[in-house]
Design a protein around this ligand. Structure first.
Ligand SMILES: [Zn+2]
Length: 236
């Protein structure tokens, strides 16, 4: 079968393609069928799209609050105004390596007791492309032949090689980063108007929804107020 994204018949990927990235808590039980993604696409998504998307809000902070360990065996971390933040083995506890002595002293003296997080995706194109990619792989996991249907062509090309002016959208639900949720990650397909037209991805206390065809448009947005819901319009 041709590659799910570029439709070429080139060499299949030699690595397992995790549908929910390992860096977001995905595991071996939920992988794209062997050979469904070519080596080039697999590498491209890993080194370009995924890296950019995971570095952005809310994935970056979710990785830290959910205690993710990177492929290199280190705690997931990110830069902040105060210094480097990192995941820790303790639930709802984030590590901070202050960037200078002044900040360290202010924290120790109690003069600095809160941190603001920039709660807005800065790279929505990458995040949207990652979500679509996960969605198409989830369809392929459910029914490999169905994932090859033409109705997914727009999603395929947006995920793999979006063109200037292309548009898509997704919805983020949730605002609380530290909570009692177990931090698990899952991805499911939703039926909207037809079979498998939307991906629902859940991680920690956040939910993401992304359409897999152009026909699915957002409705009743007035019932989805910010900040609990964030409708993200994406334009390349
Ligand atoms: Zn490919």
């Amino acid at each position: 079968m041709p590659c799910l994204f570029c439709r070429s018949n080139t060499e299949p990927a030699d690595r397992r393609e995790h549908i929910v990235p390992e860096s977001l808590g995905g595991d071996d039980s939920f992988c794209a069928p062997k050979g469904s993604v070519c080596n080039r696409c697999n590498q491209y998504f890993g080194t370009t799209v995924e890296r950019e998307a995971l570095d952005d809000y809310p994935f970056n902070i979710l990785r830290i609050s959910n205690g993710i360990i990177t492929k290199r065996g280190k705690w997931a971390s990110m830069k902040s105004d105060l210094g480097r933040l990192s995941a820790s083995p303790w639930k709802n506890t984030i590590g901070l390596d202050p960037k200078n002595v002044e900040i360290e002293n202010r924290i120790l003296s109690g003069g600095l007791d809160r941190m603001l997080v920039y709660a807005e995706p800065r790279k929505p194109v990458a995040q949207c492309r990652l979500l679509i990619k996960m969605g198409l792989e989830a369809v392929s996991f459910a029914d490999e032949a169905f994932a090859q249907r033409d109705k997914y062509n727009a999603a395929r090309s947006f995920a793999r090689s979006p063109r200037r002016g292309d548009r898509w959208w997704y919805l983020i639900c949730g605002t609380h980063l530290l909570n009692d949720d177990d931090g698990s990650a899952s991805a499911t397909l939703l039926h909207v108007e037809d079979r498998w037209n939307m991906l629902h991805f859940h991680i920690g206390s956040f939910d993401f929804f992304v359409p897999l065809t152009k026909e699915i448009l957002p409705t009743d947005l007035e019932k989805l107020p910010e900040p609990d819901y964030r409708f993200v319009e994406v334009r390349v």
